[in-house]
Unconditional design. Sequence first.
Length: 72
Amino acid sequence: MKKRFDLIDLDCANCALKMETAIKKLDGVQDASVSFLTQKMTIEADDDRFEEIMQRVIKTIRKVEPDCQVVL
């Protein structure tokens, strides 16, 4: 399953790159893209575990950028 999400308060391109790299390492994630310019994130992950994976994605994002929010 591939889904796109809006991001709020993503402050810099370096943080976006750190998030993308960390998310791609999560179990069950096939691909991830985080764009600072568009403030969007695309996640491709296992269909049957997508909600569980998204919870880990959100935790990963908050470790890099505590103020950043994902619009689900």
